[in-house]
Design a binder for this molecule. Structure first.
Ligand code: AP5
Ligand code: MG
Length: 221
């Protein structure tokens, strides 16, 4: 077993990064570091940082690199990352990837595996438009593919589910463009580092997770 525990998960908006991350961190007992979730938490709490990033996020644009790198630097320096980490949605630009290389050298935990979930555009639109999230505990559902037990009610805390503010057709277009222009080049970046692992994200949630586990455990199919 390779025992990889310094991980990043990449893929376009709605590919299933958050859904798979929840399962991976449970399996490996490492922290799930989602820059999107961290920013949304700041917005919810009305902090200065939240106010600064809200306009970018709601429109679907990337938050500037310096702001994003700073929150990841702080998060990676915490003690729970001493056993590994799963970065979800970071890096998203080449400048962030360069910064991450330095940050992970500093904590002696270089990235060992970049999981890249591929999903075509029609499926992304279907996944994003059907996503519902709990405003209280952050749980994520889908009206067809991951239904809550009671329609539109969070299984965990009973709150009414809502749509994410950036899950509108207008924001999604901007997010997909940002992905194509700024994030997609990272596939080559990690290919060159020989740590890129491709995942067919068009399969169902359980099957995608099965394929990820095969990679993380170093087994061959
Ligand atoms: P972020 O929160 O990272 O959003 P994203 O990348 O657009 O991705 P999503 O969270 O929308 O999708 P996901 O891949 O996690 O899919 P999920 O599992 O939910 O970032 C938001 C914003 O923050 C950015 O636009 C930017 O403004 C800012 N930001 C964040 N990081 C940044 C950075 N590094 N630099 C600069 N700015 C940054 O699944 C989607 C839906 O599909 C769910 O309903 C789920 O149930 C369903 N689903 C999942 N898997 C499957 C499956 N296999 N089959 C069927 N349905 C599925
Ligand atoms: Mg996500």
């Amino acid at each position: 077993m390779k025992n990889m525990s310094n991980l990043i998960i990449m893929g376009p908006p709605g590919a299933g990064k958050g859904t798979q991350s929840e399962r991976i961190v449970q399996e490996l007992n490492i922290p799930h570091i989602s820059t999107g979730d961290m920013f949304r938490e700041q917005i919810k709490n009305g902090t200065e940082l939240g106010k600064e990033v809200a306009r970018y996020i709601n429109q679907g644009q990337l938050v500037p690199d310096d702001v994003t790198i700073a929150i990841v630097k702080e998060r990676l320096s915490r003690s729970d990352c001493s056993k590994g980490y799963l970065l979800d949605g970071f890096p998203r630009t080449l400048a962030q990837a360069d910064a991450l290389r330095k940050l992970t050298e500093e904590i002696h935990r270089p990235v060992q595996c970049a999981l890249n979930i591929s999903v075509d555009k029609d499926a992304l639109i279907e996944r994003i438009s059907g996503r519902r999230v709990c405003p209280k505990c952050g749980n994520s559902y889908h009206v067809i593919f991951k239904k809550p037990r009671v329609e539109n009610i969070c299984d965990t805390c009973g709150s009414d589910l809502v749509q994410r503010k950036d899950d509108t057709p207008e924001s999604l277009k901007v997010r997909l463009d940002a992905y194509e222009n700024q994030t997609k080049p990272l596939i080559d970046f990690y290919k060159k580092e020989k740590i890129l692992f491709e995942i067919d994200g068009l399969q169902n949630i359980d099957k995608v997770f099965e394929d990820i586990l095969v990679i993380l455990k170093g087994e061959t199919k």
